[in-house]
Ligand binder design. Structure first.
Ligand code: NAD
Length: 480
């Protein structure tokens, strides 16, 4: 297995590997050390122009639409196969530019292959309808691709998040320009390599790395794109939507979260503590649907906090290369934000149970952190940390618990912990969130529709439902 990250990576534009038009480069850091590991081409407006022109040309040539849907599906299977040969290098770069363990890097490859095979299998199953209009008439619907899909991906899970949107777009006949995240761009370059080896038609997919304010802004404001898939923060999402409004193009918006688990007094507390800790400490909390709030019945608050503290204490923190349970957060900027919000929690009067500030060592390491006795109006109960910080909020009645859970701007995921099935259903029914988990966190995955309500966004990724975000319905009515 290779243990050296390539020194320099070019963008993949219109089937060619190219330097930035202006020769610019971005230094990529290892968050476990803060040191530069390599450089990537710094795409900007000129590179985006070139990629969009290639995508437009590929779309107008109907190169994907000329393939049978089954053949487009086969193409996804082939990309998945090609990833096998790149898995070692992908695991390595996920460790180096993202802070994951090697084992989790391989898991990202496996997850990506699963998305490709899932959507590859669906390529020939997206069917239209025949609508009865009576004698002498035939009416049917078809799913049309939008055209050029502009996709913006965040740094926390670039490979699977990027690949699933690319797969949905390509099997439905759209072409894609994807802007990869500047903090953690390397695995998507290798995905582009797998696509090239698999024979994805030239121009059907371009992957350009660049800063959000340069390449990202140029892409979403480009006059020749037809569709946007954005995954990232609410603030950036708003600016993406402002650009989309100018040309009235549809968007799939996957934004942030402040997802709450409600824990009733009858819950299995060991199971709850295990799942809640997994829900917030996995990938150091840098998951949009992390279990970042726990709303706990007052009678078990202290007991559960003790169990959560024990869970936090079991976790080792350190470089992915050392195989620790929790790696670094992505950057110093992100770590400063997390620490600042922790400081606000202390000033607001919440009890800091464990953690709260960075580890005294090189790299960007934040220990598992828990606040108890939090009240719903505190900043730490409302703002997204995107780090390993859990806030525990006591409640007295189920109505109050649901009100607190639904009381933030976000609505991505939610959870319920109880042995009472009736109460579980009652609560799931009232939670305003795109996914609800009962007695677990992250039930489902590739097959289950995922997305936000409220400021967490709209549209769905994952599952069959995602495909509907990549097509528009055309009705054909015939008098014969
Ligand atoms: P971010 O919004 O800063 O960046 C996301 C992407 O947008 C990056 O590729 C960035 O370069 C690009 N970008 C930045 N400014 C832009 C602009 N003006 N125009 C176009 N693109 C621009 O978010 P982040 O800090 O990288 O990621 C963390 C956020 O993403 C969190 O809020 C998290 O909850 C959210 N997220 C959501 C999901 C989901 O599926 N709902 C998944 C992962 C992350």
């Amino acid at each position: 297995m290779t243990d050296k990250v390539r020194d320099y990576w070019r963008n993949f534009v219109g089937g060619e590997w190219v330097d930035a038009a202006d020769g610019g480069r971005i230094a990529v850091l290892d968050p476990a050390s803060g040191e530069t590991i390599c450089e990537v081409a710094r795409g900007s407006a000129a590179d985006i122009d070139r990629a969009v022109a290639a995508a437009r040309q590929a779309f107008e040539s109907r190169v994907l639409l000329a393939m049978t849907p089954a053949a487009r599906g086969e193409l996804m299977f082939e990309i998945a196969r090609q990833l096998d040969g790149l898995a070692d290098e992908i695991a390595l770069v996920e460790m180096r530019d993202n802070g994951k363990t090697l084992q989790n890097g391989y898991k990202e490859v496996a997850l990506t292959q699963r998305y490709l095979r899932y959507y590859g299998g669906l390529a020939d199953k997206l069917e239209g309808r025949q609508i009865p209009l009576g004698e002498g008439l035939l009416d049917y619907t078809v799913h049309m691709p939008y055209g050029v899909s502009a996709q913006i991906v965040p740094w926390n899970g670039p490979l699977p998040v990027g690949a699933r949107s690319v797969a949905c777009a390509l099997i439905t006949g759209n072409t894609v320009v994807l802007k990869s995240p500047e903090d953690s761009p390397l695995s998507l370059f290798l995905f582009a390599e797998a696509c090239e080896r698999a024979g994805v038609p030239k121009g059907a997919l371009s992957i350009v790395c660049g800063y959000g304010r340069e390449a990202g802004a140029a892409l979403v404001a480009h006059p020749d794109i037809d569709h946007i898939v954005f995954t990232g923060s609410v603030e950036t999402g708003k600016s993406v939507l402002r650009a989309a409004v100018e040309r009235v193009i549809p968007c799939v918006m996957e934004l942030g979260g402040k997802s709450a688990g409600i824990v009733y007094a009858d819950a299995d507390l060991d199971l709850t503590a295990r799942n809640a800790a997994r829900g917030i400490f996995t990938h150091s909390g840098q998951i949009c649907s992390a279990a970042s709030r726990l709303i706990v019945h007052r009678s078990i608050h202290d007991q559960l906090v003790e169990k959560l503290k024990a869970q936090a204490g079991m976790r080792t923190v350190g470089p992915g290369a050392e195989g620790r349970d929790m790696g670094p957060v992505i950057s110093d900027r992100q770590l400063l934000r997390i620490e600042g919000l922790c400081q606000a929690g202390v000033e607001e009067g919440a009890t800091l149970v464990t953690g709260g500030s960075r580890l005294d060592q090189p790299g960007y390491f934040m220990p598992p952190t828990i606040f108890s006795g939090v009240t719903p109006r505190m900043r730490i109960a409302n703002e997204e940390f995107f780090g390993p910080v859990l806030v525990v909020i006591p409640f007295d009645t189920p109505e109050e618990a649901v009100e607190i859970a639904n009381g933030t701007d976000y609505g991505l995921a939610a959870g319920v912990f109880t042995r009472d099935l009736r109460l579980a259903h009652w609560t799931a029914d009232r939670l305003v969130a795109g996914q609800v988990y009962v007695n677990d966190w992250w039930v489902g995955g590739v097959e289950t529709p995922f997305g936000g309500t409220k400021r967490s966004g709209y549209g769905r990724e994952k599952g069959q439902e995602a495909l509907l975000g990549y097509v528009q319905t055309k009705n054909v009515g015939i008098r014969y």
